[in-house]
Design a protein around this ligand. Structure first.
Ligand code: ADP
Ligand code: ASP
Ligand code: MG
Length: 402
């Protein structure tokens, strides 16, 4: 079998942890498999590099940031390769460019356009373990690009899809996908399987265990994706797969929490046709990912408009809002909010899931500020101080610990 393995920041966080990764790879090689290993930077490294850049500039040029940030992953890929070679296993490290990962020009959040697998295939044929620096590629103009935070997951899935690997195993510091973040709810249960769509919702709604774009790509390319632990590699992880492969469809699969949210309140907006279109077009043009939107009933030709954005888009949003100063009486930005979400494919065919979520909030006296629903999720904006309580209350009301 050809296996693509990905080791996240904590899994390569110290030299000892890198040594531990060599043990995992050697075992899989000894079982007769071919291995491509994708590695993250050592944990904390990417944040540290961003801080370094910010000491010199508030908004460094994005292609310079990419040059800087891609270095973290190169360090670990080379160290892992050096260690394996020393231990008698042929290995070769590759940057994103050497691995043939070509992206568009959107520096710091580049999209993979295609992967030329030639170099990797040749190295595999020569019996080598290929160690790819995750999170990066090269633009058509030959500049280094990065794929957005958590992007090494995407590197692994994209390579697995392009080279038609049998499986893509994402090794991290938990042994699979749980019904919610086990750091918040210790009673959370590990799932044996979860559908691509549910995992995509959980990841997009805040569960950082897998990067959402990697799940989207896995679904598109039909990659057998497994989440498991580098700390306990003997434990079976969670398989992320097609919905039809899952026999018993749970009503609710998991609860996600996203603290990285800001609620923007526009009060007494002029209620004229086209105003919402103008506002949200301006936000979209500024590349701001608006999520939940509520508009209240207009009174005296004025209406209130509330929406949420990711925390790191605050400054850009404030800039955009300047255009609308004459159309609105007052705008406020509330950072004391978070989004809790309930995800499950069973919602498609069962009623009462949302009502249950609202009752759980009511029982804990948690005020819900904004609600949004889709076919397989219910999301609520609540005060950030209730974040963990809300997650545990939801976990409890759907009996996810059972
Ligand atoms: P890596 O550095 O390996 O990429 P991350 O820190 O990005 O790892 O993701 C792993 C973390 O995701 C876990 O430590 C856990 O706290 C968190 N997490 C959030 N939601 C879940 C969930 N539903 N199941 C498992 N882990 C989760
Ligand atoms: N090192 C990058 C980050 O911290 C990419 C990754 O770890 O997946 O976001
Ligand atoms: Mg991650």
């Amino acid at each position: 079998m050809l296996k693509v393995l990905k080791f996240g920041g904590t899994s390569v966080g110290t030299l000892d942890r890198i040594q531990n990764v060599t043990e995992i790879i050697k075992k899989i090689k000894n079982e007769g498999h071919d291995v491509i290993a994708v590695v993250s930077a050592m944990s904390g490294e990417t944040n540290k590099l961003i801080e370094y850049a910010n000491t010199f500039a508030k908004k460094p040029a994005s292609h310079e940031l990419d040059m800087l940030l891609s270095s973290g992953e190169r360090v670990t890929s080379a160290l892992l390769s050096i260690a394996l070679n020393e231990q008698g296993y042929l290995a070769t490290s590759m940057s994103g460019r050497e691995a043939g990962i070509v992206t568009d020009n959107s520096h710091t959040k580049a999209r993979i356009e295609h992967i030329d697998t030639q170099n990797m295939s040749k190295a595999i044929k020569d019996g080598k373990v290929v160690i790819v620096a995750g999170f990066q590629g090269v633009t058509k103009d030959g500049r280094i690009s990065t794929l957005g935070r958590g992007g090494s997951d995407l590197t692994a899935v994209a390579i697995a899809g392009a080279i038609k690997a049998d499986v893509c195993e994402i090794y991290t510091d938990v042994d699979g996908i749980y019904t919610t973040d086990p750091r918040i709810e210790p009673k959370a249960k590990k799932l044996d399987m979860i559908s691509y769509d549910e995992m995509l919702e959980l990841a997009s709604l805040g569960a950082k265990v897998l990067q959402n774009r990697s799940v989207e790509m896995a679904k598109k390319l039909n990659v057998n994706l497994v989440s498991r632990s580098s700390f306990t590699p003997e434990v079976e992880g969670t398989l992320i797969t097609k919905e039809e492969n899952i026999m018993e469809k749970p009503l609710v699969s998991g609860i996600a929490l996203d603290k990285n949210q800001i609620r923007v309140g526009m009060y007494k907006v002029r209620d004229i046709p086209g105003i919402a279109a103008t506002i949200f077009t301006a936000l979209a043009s500024a590349d701001i990912n608006v999520d939940m939107i509520v508009q209240t009933v207009a009174v005296d030709g004025r209406t209130d408009l509330d929406f949420t954005i990711p925390t790191n888009d605050l400054e850009t949003c404030e800039g955009v809002m300047k255009i609308f100063e004459d159309d609105v009486e007052n705008i406020d930005y509330n950072e004391d909010v978070c989004k809790v979400s309930v995800v499950g494919v069973g919602m498609k065919s069962h009623t009462g899931v949302a009502a249950k979520a609202f009752s759980a909030m009511a029982k804990e006296n948690i005020n819900i500020r904004i609600i949004s629903t889709s076919e397989i999720k219910v999301s609520m904006i609540v005060s950030e101080k209730y974040a963990e309580l809300a997650v545990r209350a939801l976990h409890d009301v759907y009996n996810l610990d059972k």
